[in-house]
Structure formats: structure tokens, C-alpha cells
Write a protein that binds this ligand. Sequence first.
Ligand code: BGC
Length: 783
Amino acid sequence: MDIRETLKQMTLEEKIKLCSGLNFWETRAYEKYGIPSFFMCDGPSGLRKQEMERETDMLGINNSRPSTCFPAAVTTSNTWDRELLYQVGRAIGEEARDQKVSVVLGPGVNIKRNPLCGRNFEYFSEDPYQAGILSAQFIKGMQSEGVGCSIKHFACNSQEKSRLSSDSIIDERTLREIYLKAFEIAVKSADPATVMSAYNKINGVHCSDSKKLLNDILREEWGFKGLVMTDWGGMNDRILAFEAGNDLMMPGGSDYMEKEVAEAVKSGKLSQEDVDRCCERVIALALKANEVLKEEYKADYKKHHDLAVRVAESGAVLLKNDNHLLPLKKGSKILITGNMAKKVRYQGAGSSHINPVELHEPIEYLKDYDYAQGCDDYGDTTDAMLKELGEKAKEADAVVVFAGLPDRYESEGFDRDDMKMPKGHIRMIEAAARANRNTIVVLLCGSAVECDWADEVSSILYMGLSGEGTAEAVNDLLFGKANPSGKLSESWPYHYEDVVSSDSYGKTRDALYMEGIYVGYRYYDKAKKEVRWPYGYGLSYSSFELRDFRVEGSEVSVNITNTSDIEGSEVVQLYIGQKDPILHRPVKELKHFEKVFLKPQETKNVSFTLKDEDFALWDDGFKKVKGSYLIEVGTGSRQICFEEVIEVDGETVEAPAWQKGSWYENFEGKLSQSEWEKLLGKKYEPSKLIKGQFTMENTVEEMKDYSLIMKIMYKAVEKTIAKGFDGRIDYDNPDFKMMMNSSAGSPIRSLQISGGIRGGIMEGMVEMANGHLLKGILKMIRG
Ligand code: BGC
């Protein structure tokens, strides 16, 4: 098809409509022009295809067609295995072909900025290089099947609190080096078919209509040729978005926005070319998408289940293993405890939620052993449960405790309140450990938790959220059929207070990126702070030795030997840090890694080629900075085996005047707003909630304490949502909480899109909330 010719035949209204979804998952088809529609669905760890004739939603509440539930990114990233990420991407691509889906909404590559983010389980890492490389592999795998990816959420969407209205206030260097980097790597190396703009704003501009983000950086700087779509209900200003090159508004359109766009084109405010360009990209993707689906395809779900098990095994991180307690001997006297052994936590809640093809519970594989319940579904325990556990534990050779975070603790749509595990789980672990030192904890959660009990137990096996193969993987790992080889993709601090952003994260309406580039290990290393388990850390049943480290020119080489009698894999990690930098910098940053499989006593060589960008920082552009650098190679960010200083030629940079004596240089004193403003280069004025100044940007939740009409509205929303939960208002239920946050917690303007409420009505309500009753009523009547 000659797309330009087709566009000439289409009316303006038809073109505008083409750039809005037809419904939750499909774009619009125009048979008379030969333009097909295409179907997309979540998500990052498997398909969530909701049949259109049934209830659909963006929060993973209504059931979808069965598909393989692969481990969530928390676990796939802990594999550090490029090939496995490729295979997972390809397998989801195959299932997409089977289920006639041509674009999959994932991967999610936002940075794990703070452990409390409710969606950390869906994201890869606190390190942008790791997130970029692994997500690129996933994309390449999926797109090798001809199915398009939508890399998300572009950008700075590292919290769920007020996700539709929050403003990420961030300095340019932090934006470029940390929060855009993973997207940049993936876009440049894997060419995703689409990019999904995030809900939030960055420095006052909505991602959905940011020309800087979507055009200047994504398309012009990085050369992105694909389609940009909004997150669901995340369109702010359709006119600005057309200008910025946000091609597709999802899910459905909103009549009033479409009318506004048509008027803008007619009046010359918006150019016809901007609309045409977006249409071209929608049509191009629709044509390509349909080509792929022409051929019937049957995916091998059994094979994918086996792959899911393998990934779960490879992503398991052995955090502790005193006296080589693991692997356990089959047939020894083992006590299993914890409700999660019978009802395993294997995936997160929200839009990535999958209806798995095949799911087993760990207890099915452990049924020959004794069992004590330990706790209930909610993670609560009773004295009777603990008594039973203690008595049985005393008689056992070892106790395996299944614990972590139940569903209601972490989900899309809200952040965690703290980093603690349920009290019941902690009491259960402590009771087991008191009765039997040979206690092993199988930890099932999507992000770091405080583990004050860690010293009391012998072994800890962290599974993350490891998908439908969790039961098989745990069984294989416990008894040595599989050997743990995962490494942490996020640092595990002792306590939440140790997290650099803990003072500000989630506490204000805006997201204040005060710590700048010092996220995760970049902070702990420079602050010389102990953590419970550092970034890149993980043990194995094997033992490895790194030898013969050499740096010759830009080539770094090291030999790795498996010095044990057990086959296993190790991740060789290379970090680089500038010595005495002029412009403040982290002590070191991950620049290369390689996972190596080794048979007993086998040796392999691992080599890396250093590149210019390994020495670069953002200073009004990425610059390779001249200086002395420490090249460190090891098996974790704090398990460094070798280091060597090299001299690197490059550009010279200057330190800004404010840097001397600032927190960013020496980490002394408290990270305060005034320190941060130096980095930001401007004063920060928090947005205030003032009655009389509410706009369509405010949420019902925010306005309810100032206005009766909004309070009534809030209660009405609560009641409506409760209908789907047997009439119960239940903030402990993650689905309920998520739905409340996505409605009462979203700006009034986006309710118009997702709630299908007409513009004038909402404007009228905002007037009323501002105390202008009559004006409000008039607007509502007109609306
Ligand atoms: C999520 C996206 C998801 C979309 C469609 C939104 O709520 O933020 O990640 O792809 O829904 O389900």
C-alpha cells in the first residue's frame, strides 16, 4: 500500500480517529482504504489476552486466555542471562502469534529507584546498563517472531503513588545517565516496534505530550522509527501529543479531544502534517502486524512451561547457605512450613497478571515430607500454628519455610508502605529457627524486604516472583537437581532508612529525584554504607575462581574455573570508576557482564572490550572523560577479585561552582532540598492544593478534603467499585486499592477518557470544587 496516497483519500476526522484505539486492545480498521486493525495485549512476563466479548480491563482483574506465566522481570533479570531473556521474549512472541496478538505491551524498563515501588517486580534493575541489555535481548527474541514489543513506561515512572498525576522533578544528568539509559540501549540495539509513554510528568511536562522526550530524544537523537502510544488513559493534551509524535492514544478515544484536534487543524494551530505523520506510523504498524498473523501458528505451551521452570531456576539467588546446608538430601527428615508452600506467590498483581497454563504448588513435590501450616493466606499466624511448627521443627533434620510478601503487599497501582514482611511470616521464620538451626527460607517477593531474621537461619533462597514454574524450580533447587546462579539486580539494604530516597519517596505529590544519579549501589558504595546483600550478589552450590586477569589496551580478560564437583554458572561482572573525578561520579558502575556455565573443574576465558561510552558521563551531551580509571572484575559489586588502573584519553570536564563541599561530592550532612536545588539548577516550588485553583489536573482523591462535591464523588466511586467486591470496601484487597487509585486517584481530565464522561460535566465539577456552584452547574448542563 502507498500510505501517503491512502492518506490523501482520508478525511481529517477519519485520520484523527485512526490515532485512537477502537477499544481496550484494538486499533481501528478502515476496510474501504485497506487499513487493518491490530490487536495488542500485556505483557512483560506472558500474554494477558482478554477476549473482546468478555469483560476487559487494564488492571489484570478480569481473567484472560491461559498462557505461559514466565517469571516476572525481578527474576528474569536476576538470571543475568542474555540468552534466556532472548528465549523468553521469543516464547511470548510465539504465544502471541498463536493467540493472534501482534503487539505485546512490555518489557517494563523503569529503574528500581526505591524498594517500595509497587511495580518493582515488573522492572529489571537499579542499574540502567543491566536493564537496557536484558530488555534488548527480550525485545530481540520477541521481534524475531515478527511480534512487536512496546517498551514502557517512557520515562521516570519509578513509583505508583499518584502515577497519573505525579511530576518527576529531575536534573538532566540524572535523567540521561539513569532514567533514560535503559530505554536508549534498548531502542538503539533492539529497535522495539513501539514505545509506551508514561502516565507521569517530567519537570512539569506530561510524558504523553513531551516533544523533548518523544521527538527530540527518542526519534531525533536515538533514531527511533517505530510507533509511540500512550499508557492506558494516559493522554493529557491530544494536540500537543500529535505535535510531539505520540501516534496512538490508548485505550479508546475521547470525542471531545478528537473535536479539539479537528478544530486545531482547521484553525492552523496544529499542522496537518503532524497528524499525517502519526497516521503513517499507525498504518505502517497495522500492515506489518497483519502480515505476521496471516500464517496460522501453534505455540508449544509444554515447551514454554519447561522454559519457565529453567528461567525460575536460573534467576534464583542463593543469599545464604551456612555449612552448605543446601542442597538437601532426598529422604532426610524435612519439615515444610508456610502457607505459600500450598498457595505459592509466583506473580505480581496488575496489568501483567497472567492466567497460567500449568501451575503446581510446591507442596505437590514435597508431599512426602511433614508439613506445618505456619501462617494463613494473609501472612498472619497464631500461637497454635507456631506451637505446632516448633514441635515438629525440633524433630526434623531441616525446616523449609516458605515466606515473603502476600499479594496485597505489592501490586501495580500503589506502593508499599514499608519494607517489612508480614509479622506472621517473621514470627514463623523465627519460630522455625529457634527450634531448628537448619532452617531454610524460600523467599517469594518482588522486591527487597527487611530481613532482620537472616542471621538466625542457615540458608535463604530468593526466588523473586518466579512464574508458573516456581514449584518445580524450588524442588529442583532445594535438592540439587538445579544449582542457583542468580545475582541480585537490586541492593538489599538492612532497613528502609538506609535507602537514599527514603526521606522523600512517596511523601510528596511530586516525585523528587533528590539523590540524583546515586541510586542503589551507586549510593551505598559512595556512602560506604553496609548493605545486607549488595547488587550483583548471589551464591552457588559450586565454587569458582577467577584467575589470569589482564588488561591490554581496550581488552580485559579473565579465566574462570569451576573448582567444585558440581556443574554451575557464575556471572563475571566488570565495573568501572573514575579515580578522583573532577565532576562528581559514582565510585563504580557496571559496564559489562557475562554469565558462564562451567562443568566441574572446567575453565573458560571471559573477555570484554572496553568502549568509549564506558567512560562517559552526561555533561550537556555524553562525553568520554579523560582520566585514571579503576577497572574492577568480580562476581558481584562487592565481590571484586581484580582491579587495575588505566589511563584514558578523552575530553576534560569542569565541575560546576556549586559542587565543592556539596552533598553530591562528599555525601556529608543531610541530603536537603537546598542541596538538591544546586544540582537541579533552580528553586523547587512544590505544587500546592488550593481551593479556588483546582484544575482538570487534580484528582478526586486530592480535592475530596476541600470540597463536598468531590467527597460525594469519592464515596460514589468507592461504592461503585465495591459492587465488584461483594459490596465490601476493602483497601486490603490489592484489586480494590488499585481500582480506587486508578479512578479517584487519576486526574479529572483522564477520567474523561477512561471513564467516558463528557468533558463539560467534569469541568463543571471542578468549578464546583473551587466553590463556584452556579458556574459549575451551567458547565455541567452544557456538558
Ligand atoms: C499499565 C500498562 C499496561 C496497560 C494496559 C496500564 O495500567 O500501566 O503497563 O500495559 O495498563 O493494560
